[in-house]
Design a protein around this ligand. Structure first.
Ligand code: 5GP
Length: 122
């Protein structure tokens, strides 16, 4: 599947500094910041700085350095936020069936309460 990246998406604007964000962690290739509409007591979005639409696009086209940095950053956010003991959930939505609203790869880190069933009815 070919992926075309829309550089007007909201996370691209955050990365350019056009829109402010509440940063949790920034590394060479990754930015983590708090979701503007949290769905749990802790809701952090982790995004690569590169122009990747979704996980598949990133897995296919990102460099090894970007992938390592990104995966380590997701783990680091969980550690920094003290989630080891009670746990967390990672979600990455893609496309129409995934109900992805922002077409720039992001992993949601959700925690801070028992999150209930994994999926709700559509
Ligand atoms: P998706 O539905 O694409 O998986 O998730 C997009 C997420 O981005 C949503 O949870 C939404 O609340 C969040 N979001 C949308 N616009 C902004 C924004 O301007 N700033 C921040 N921090 N989060 C945003």
């Amino acid at each position: 599947m070919a992926h075309s990246y829309d550089d007007q998406n909201i996370f691209a604007k955050i990365l350019r500094g056009d829109i402010p964000n509440d940063t949790v962690l920034e590394t060479e290739h990754t930015l983590a910041f708090r979701d503007i509409q949290p769905q749990a007591p802790l809701h952090v979005l982790v995004i690569p700085k590169g122009p990747y639409v979704c996980f598949d696009h990133f897995a296919q086209e990102a460099s090894d350095a970007e992938i390592v940095d990104y995966v380590r950053a997701v783990g680091e956010v969980c550690r920094m936020e003290g989630l080891e003991e009670d746990g967390w959930r990672l979600i990455s939505n893609a496309g129409a069936h995934g109900v992805q609203e922002v077409p720039h790869l992001h992993v949601h880190v959700l925690a801070g309460r028992r999150l209930g069933r994994m999926l709700q009815p559509a």
